[in-house]
Design a protein around this ligand. Structure first.
Ligand SMILES: Cc1cc2nc3c(=O)[nH]c(=O)nc-3n(C[C@H](O)[C@H](O)[C@H](O)COP(=O)(O)OP(=O)(O)OC[C@H]3O[C@@H](n4cnc5c(N)ncnc54)[C@H](O)[C@@H]3O)c2cc1C
Length: 487
């Protein structure tokens, strides 16, 4: 009998669960070791007093990538969760107006015309170009492992090489003059973790993901995807061990031989870490680490976040499922995240109320509220600061939506830099990994395969292709293919 080769996977976020499924399907014996009590990593769930919160991600974009993942196993997303397209997709509050993004280009064009007459013709052209980029990026580039610069060289990219050197910010400003429309079109690339003025215009494919493909919601919340992936992994034979913090990656003669936790050694033919890359390397003796502390320190990290999970004892008015509060200075907040890291003077923030469209998320006549303030990584974090900012954003929410809310809060929990570090071993408490800038794209990112230790691999939002749930699914697939090639 031929024995299956063993893979020990560290972490159970989207990337680890994705890799676990592909590796099990390829015939490996797969064990997942997760430090926390539940799986899902940054996408875990908080359930309290009948309210359900997604702890991290809440925007379901690029439904094609989720579908493709489950299709690879002869399944569909609908085998695991019900997906609904949100209408409207979201609402943006500015200081003097509110923009509503509908669920079709026609509705969005109408809204653009209202703000800037004549802008819808530019928008249609901009989105048509973004769609071409989406097709190239998703169908021809992103499923490549980031090993060689030539992966980026195709006839299509060669014809668009200028778009890697121009920025999304410049591109948007050329075609739109109204600051509210500019902010609306710069919003999607914030998911990539850097300032729009530092993000190549080729990434306008995020605008197609937004306006062209729409915003979706898995009934019951984003955690339904994690539950689906866990169920799939287990169907494929993956063993998942929660409450297991890995303390060391064992290396002998330059080869990964397993992991160590609680003085117990677990042998494996391959080790794959889906924990934050920086932390994963600290599990190795220094001579086996590929990247120095100064390497990490010089990288552009995606922001950290101050988060609040709030149960309200009434239904709120004038809000949608997703709400962006861009009623303060966008540029200044971005500078306070990236250029001169400090707590924001007047923060932009995001709130979702999933119970607006999904009754399973809150008790009857109640609302589930998730608040997010993006902040620079590694800022000082304490209770007093968190409270100070909650006051600021709840006051703004009350004022902009014309209602009293403070006396309707049943409970409130918060999560910030210290929690990201403590709960996920996150480098500097980053929320969503290393940004996708020109110099942090594809082969220029930390690699999926260790250059120093044989049979050691990495996956997740600090490696290829980048931050976000869809890229994490792809990262797991890419690394599983590299491991399968070694079999
Ligand atoms: C607040 C927030 C909002 C976001 N919003 C969105 C969104 O709306 N849409 C979107 O697409 N993306 C969003 N993202 C990004 C998305 O959630 C992440 O890109 C994705 O979940 C990362 O998955 P991962 O597998 O790379 O890492 P993680 O989810 O961080 O998984 C790593 C796992 O490794 C575990 N671990 C760490 N050290 C050890 C150890 N020593 N031993 C064992 N286990 C260990 C951790 O506990 C964790 O479970 C958001 C992220 C955050 C935090």
């Amino acid at each position: 009998m031929i024995m299956s080769k063993k893979v020990a996977i560290i972490g159970s976020g989207f990337s680890s669960l994705s890799a676990a499924c592909y590796l099990a399907k390829a015939g490996f014996e797969v064990d997942v070791y997760e430090k926390n009590k539940t799986v899902g990593g940054r996408a875990r769930q908080l359930v309290r007093d009948g309210f359900t919160f997604d702890i991290g991600p809440s925007w379901y974009w690029m439904p094609d990538i989720f579908e493709r993942f489950f299709n690879d196993f002869g399944k569909s997303t609908s085998d695991y969760y019900q997906l609904d397209k949100l209408s409207p997709a979201y609402k943006i509050f500015f200081s003097d107006d509110v923009i509503t993004i509908g669920d079709s280009m026609d509705k969005i064009c109408e809204e653009f015309e209202r703000i800037e007459p004549g802008s819808s013709a530019h928008l249609r052209k901009f989105i048509a170009k973004a769609q071409e980029n989406y097709d190239i990026a998703i169908n021809k580039i992103v499923y490549r492992p980031g090993i060689s610069p030539f992966e980026l060289v195709t006839v299509d990219t060669a014809m668009r090489v200028d778009q890697f050197f121009k920025t999304i910010s410049g591109q948007v400003r050329k075609q739109f003059k109204n600051p509210k429309l500019i902010a609306t079109l710069e919003f999607p690339v914030l998911f990539l973790g850097a300032k729009p003025s530092k993000t190549p215009s080729f990434y306008s494919f995020m605008n197609f993901a937004d306006f062209g493909l729409g915003t979706w919601h898995p009934k019951g919340g984003m955690y339904k995807i994690i539950e689906g992936m866990k169920a799939l992994a287990e169907e494929l034979g993956v063993q998942i061990h929660t409450g297991h913090a890995v303390e060391k990656i064992k290396v002998a003669n330059g080869k990964a031989e397993g992991i160590v936790m609680n003085q117990q050694q677990i042998e494996a033919d391959f080790v794959l870490s889906g924990a934050d890359y920086h932390h994963s390397e600290t599990l190795l003796d220094p001579q086996y680490r590929q990247y120095s502390e100064s390497y990490w320190d010089n990288k552009t990290f995606a922001p950290s976040s101050l988060l609040f999970y709030v149960g309200f004892d009434k239904k709120l008015k004038n809000i949608e499922h997703h709400n962006l509060f861009f009623d303060t200075d966008f540029e200044r907040h971005a500078e306070e995240i990236y250029d001169d890291p400090q707590w924001p003077t007047e923060p932009l923030f995001y709130v979702n109320f999933p119970s607006v469209t999904d009754a399973t998320m809150a008790p009857e006549d109640c609302e589930t509220g998730f608040f997010l303030v993006p902040i620079a990584p590694d800022l000082e974090d304490n209770e007093a600061l968190r409270e100070q900012y909650f006051d600021v954003i709840i006051n703004r929410l009350e004022a902009r939506t014309d209602q009293q809310l403070k006396n309707n809060i049943i409970f409130k929990e918060s999560f910030c830099v210290n929690d990201f570090k403590e709960q996920y071993n996150s480098y500097k408490g980053n929320a969503y990994g290393m940004a996708n800038t020109l110099l942090q794209t594809a082969f220029l990112r930390p690699g999926l395969k260790s250059k120093k230790v044989k049979d050691l691999f990495f996956t997740g939002q600090l490696t290829v292709p980048g931050p976000g749930v869809p890229p994490s699914l792809i990262s797991g697939k890419l690394v599983s293919e590299l491991i399968s090639q070694q079999k």
